[in-house]
Design a protein around this ligand. Structure first.
Ligand SMILES: Nc1ncnc2c1ncn2[C@@H]1O[C@H](COP(=O)(O)OP(=O)(O)O)[C@@H](O)[C@H]1O
Ligand SMILES: [Mg+2]
Length: 365
């Protein structure tokens, strides 16, 4: 297993710099998710780590050794792609064995490794089939099997579950997690799906426009987003932002200054424009003071009630536990606890104050 270090890594295509100086350390055995919107440079970054794309500048190190000049075969990595890239004319067993055969591994060793991986992935019953005779989930398992048998120092995943339907994606996500817990191979997992990143990763790097916005554990990113971009990207449904400003040293919604708990903002001058961030799951309805809101949409999931409400012309998403009987046109008041209110400066989107430590429930004995 290898640790991976990226130092000021850049990539330009023509005049366009799509990776703009990335610094990142992936620890040995860690599962790191690289998440960001489509086109932000995730695949390009991963392909540079794999050696499929040359870096324009900067360094890539595996276990303290610069690997920039090594080709993919010499890097001891295995990559799993979205489209599986299986050979259609070969059986599952042949697909999984091919790379080992090409590298001259002894026949008995190949057989053992392929059988072990097949067992681990529960595909031992389909080893003689061809890809066309497999379901999407089975193909994905074979693609992972082909990566595992090589016993690589680093696993690189590029949106491996994007082609699967929602139910299968959740299932395979759990399998990838279980697999990593067994083999503990250093893994870098690219996805645009923040839920996938949150549930799989030890740490997440959020990429935007070729730059890393923040690196941290899922809970750190959720509780302490460094800026508005990360706050809006991590969490589902996405955080709401209300236009606010600093009045008497506190951030308020100007149309209704007493409506939300007032959060002190020591370092910002009077009148500074801020954005007040409210996560849908932190908003509650209140009979007393609260932001006046008009319900525009009600969706019942059974366990939760999802609302869209209008607050001074801004749409706000609210998630309430249980079935709350409301209809479009109803007026309500919404609020949130002071510790659940996020603040960002409107000018540059930076988080205004450190959020309190997340309250993590004690494990029951
Ligand atoms: N070979 C290439 N030549 C020119 N532009 C490219 C090439 N590969 C990717 N790009 C551009 O680089 C940007 C980042 O692409 P990519 O890394 O694939 O993003 P992501 O995987 O995050 O969706 C995109 O604007 C894309 O069009
Ligand atoms: Mg991509």
């Amino acid at each position: 297993m290898s640790a991976v270090e990226l130092r000021n890594l850049k990539k330009s295509f023509g005049r366009v710099e799509v990776v703009q100086g990335v610094n990142l350390t992936v620890r040995q055995g860690e599962f790191l998710a690289l998440v960001g919107p489509s086109g932000c440079g995730k695949s390009t970054l991963l392909r540079m780590i794999a050696g499929l794309e040359a870096a324009t500048s900067g360094e890539i190190e595996f276990d303290g050794k610069v690997v920039n000049s090594l080709d993919p075969k010499q890097r001891n990595i295995a990559m799993v792609f979205q489209n599986y890239a299986l050979y259609p004319h070969m059986t599952v067993r042949e697909n999984m064995s091919l790379n080992l055969r090409l590298s001259g591994v002894a026949r008995a060793d190949i057989e053992k490794r392929v059988n072990d991986a097949a067992q681990l992935l529960q595909i031992d019953g389909i080893m003689d089939r061809r890809p066309s005779q497999l379901s999407g989930g089975q193909r994905q398992r074979v693609a992972m099997g082909r990566a595992i048998v090589r016993n690589p120092g680093v696993f690189l995943f590029d949106e491996p579950l994007s082609n699967l339907d929602a139910k299968l994606r959740v299932l395979m996500r759990a399998e990838i997690k279980a697999l990593h817990q067994k083999v503990r191979t250093t893994s870098i997992y690219v996805t645009h799906d923040q839920i996938e990143a949150m549930t799989l990763a030890d740490r997440i790097a959020v990429l935007n426009g070729g730059k890393i916005e923040q690196i941290g554990t899922p809970i750190e990113l959720y509780s302490n987003p460094a800026n508005r971009f990360v706050a809006g990207f991590i969490g589902s449904p996405a955080m709401n932002f209300l236009a606010g400003k600093v009045v008497n040293g506190k951030a308020v919604v100007p149309q209704s200054a007493d409506a939300l708990p007032q959060v002190p903002v020591a370092d910002l001058p009077e009148g500074t424009a801020v954005e007040i961030g409210l996560r849908p799951e932190h908003i509650t309805l209140t009979e007393e003071a609260g932001l006046p809101a008009v319900v525009s949409q009600v969706d019942q999931t059974g366990s939760q009630t999802h609302l869209v409400v209008d607050v001074f012309g801004q749409a706000v998403t609210v998630v309430l536990e249980g079935m709350v009987m409301l209809e479009p046109g109803d007026t309500v008041r919404i609020t949130a606890k002071p510790e659940d209110i996020y603040l960002f400066t409107a000018s540059d989107g930076k988080a205004v104050r450190a959020r309190p430590e997340p309250r993590i429930r004690e494990k029951r004995a």
